[in-house]
Design a protein around this ligand. Structure first.
Ligand SMILES: CC(C)(COP(=O)(O)OP(=O)(O)OC[C@H]1O[C@@H](n2cnc3c(N)ncnc32)[C@H](O)[C@@H]1OP(=O)(O)O)[C@@H](O)C(=O)NCCC(=O)NCCS
Length: 172
């Protein structure tokens, strides 16, 4: 399988926050943003492997500031690393002021997708080759994040997470 670059998986979505997307304070509902991020990230993972992909986990999501009605949201998703059948996808979200057009980064999230066949069984995916400094940094941290996600899901024993453990030993 031919390896891919993060750039080849880059997916950008633009949305406007409409009344039906908001809570009673007139701010974007978190669940709506999660849905937009999920769709954008799934397209990015699909561009990497050209297979049907399913969401395996959602991590590192923080809603740090309210996003007002009528704001314009730009979501960018890129595969940060591919493993055997799973792909980590980084999502960056910016909000654009509808009057001044000023863009501010407002969210980040990390999703994991798995390529599957028609029966839902995992399939192998191509390697991802990072190029820029930011892509290399995200690529290098991906194995630790995968191990943490698997521990939290009860699919890995903490003692088997050697890369994650090494981080704590290095900093202690
Ligand atoms: C995701 C899914 C295909 C994994 O199937 P599985 O039987 O656990 O298969 P495996 O144990 O072989 O795992 C497959 C890959 O997923 C990864 N994975 C599974 N759960 C994970 C988690 N919580 N976090 C990160 N990676 C995970 C595994 O590490 C493995 O990666 P690798 O092949 O790159 O090493 C299966 O759990 C599934 O279909 N889940 C439902 C998906 C879905 O419907 N999503 C929408 C939710 S509404």
């Amino acid at each position: 399988m031919k390896s891919k670059t993060a750039k080849e998986t880059s997916t950008i979505t633009t949305e406007i926050v409409l009344p039906n997307d908001t809570n009673t304070l007139g701010n974007l509902m978190g669940g709506r943003l999660l849905h937009w991020m999920d769709v954008c990230a799934a397209i990015s993972a699909h561009r990497h492997c050209k297979r049907v992909v399913v969401t395996a986990s959602v991590n590192n999501v923080a809603f740090t500031q309210p996003i007002r009605l009528a704001s314009i949201i730009t979501i960018e998703a890129k595969v940060s690393r591919a493993f055997t059948s799973s792909m980590e996808v980084f999502i960056d979200v910016w909000v654009e002021d509808p009057v001044t057009s000023e863009r501010t980064k407002c969210n980040e999230a990390i999703y994991t997708f798995v390529a599957v066949d028609q029966n839902g069984s995992p399939l192998p995916v191509p390697e991802m080759v990072p190029e820029t400094d930011e892509e290399i940094k995200r690529y290098e941290g991906a194995l630790r994040r995968k191990q943490l996600s698997l521990i939290l899901a009860g699919k890995m024993k903490p003692e088997d997470a050697s890369e994650l453990k090494a981080l704590f030993l290095k900093n202690s």
